[in-house]
Design a protein around this ligand. Structure first.
Ligand SMILES: CC(C)(COP(=O)(O)OP(=O)(O)OC[C@H]1O[C@@H](n2cnc3c(N)ncnc32)[C@H](O)[C@@H]1OP(=O)(O)O)[C@@H](O)C(=O)NCCC(=O)NCCS
Length: 225
């Protein structure tokens, strides 16, 4: 049977444990997962079928459970240029005041075994995004009040990865404006995607009202031996 769990070098280095990653959508994969887990300290397992979550949780000690929607909007791409309210972030300093506000609710912060390095994970991730021009700043009266990180696939479709708005100016439609603007990163007619934790009410409302549909529900379980 094909391997279910892949070693994650990036996570293992950062969290100083042997960490595997898996995506499980059928009960047949569970036996292999349990066996392969013996080679690791823990795993981040994305489970598509909710009824399989308890079986994954029973494989070890649970650090975090994060149910999230995978949203998709076919035909979302708008093509360049970006609206004038947005420009690429060139230096992490520009969004430094917003970075900590983004992550407080993440699964890496909730899990006691990853919490100590969770800020480093996001900083590294954002730095890489900034270096490759994928993090855009939202400007209001000349100041950076939000940012949004996107990824583009080879076919011009893409993903909204991460976003945050300054706590002082939330609830005024800035996130909504950034999602719409970010669709300019994707080729005309191509699909835009994004994952949102089910209890993150604001983004769920905004994405639904902008025509994003729930493609599937997925639960990520951090399971440790
Ligand atoms: C999520 C976040 C980016 C939203 O930014 P924002 O500029 O305040 O968002 P908007 O003003 O565009 O929209 C907020 C929407 O959420 C709704 N909302 C927010 N909290 C809500 C709640 N508790 N119950 C119901 N609706 C809520 C608002 O009513 C609004 O919806 P509407 O436009 O349908 O009225 C901001 O809160 C943030 O930075 N959070 C921390 C980081 C984060 O969670 N990022 C998203 C995942 S990466």
């Amino acid at each position: 049977m094909a391997e279910v769990l892949r070693a994650s070098e990036f996570d293992s280095t950062l969290f100083e444990r042997r960490i595997g990653k898996a995506s499980v959508s059928a009960s047949e994969a569970l036996r292999s997962l349990a066996l392969e887990l013996e080679e690791f300290d823990g795993a981040f397992v994305a489970v598509r079928d909710l009824s399989l979550v308890p079986a994954v949780c029973r494989m070890g000690e649970v650090g975090a459970i994060d149910p999230r929607y995978e949203f998709a909007k076919p035909d979302a791409g708008r093509g360049r240029p970006w609206p004038k309210t947005m420009r690429p972030v060139t230096d992490e300093e520009e969004i430094h005041h917003l970075v900590r506000q983004t992550f407080l609710i993440s699964r890496f912060h909730k899990d006691p075994r990853t919490a100590g390095h969770a800020d480093d994970l996001y900083r590294l991730w954002l730095t890489r995004g900034i270096e490759s021009g994928r993090v855009m700043a939202y400007l209001k009266d000349g100041s950076v009040t939000g940012y949004i990180f996107h990824d583009v696939d080879g076919d011009g479709s893409g993903r909204h990865v991460l976003a945050a708005v300054d706590a002082q100016v939330r609830g005024r439609g800035i996130y909504r404006a950034m999602i719409t603007a970010s669709e300019h990163a994707f080729s005309p007619g191509r699909t835009a995607r994004g994952k949102v934790s089910v209890d993150n009410v604001g983004p769920v409302r905004v994405l639904l009202s902008l025509g994003y549909l729930v493609d599937y529900l997925e639960t990520v379980v951090h399971v440790w031996r």
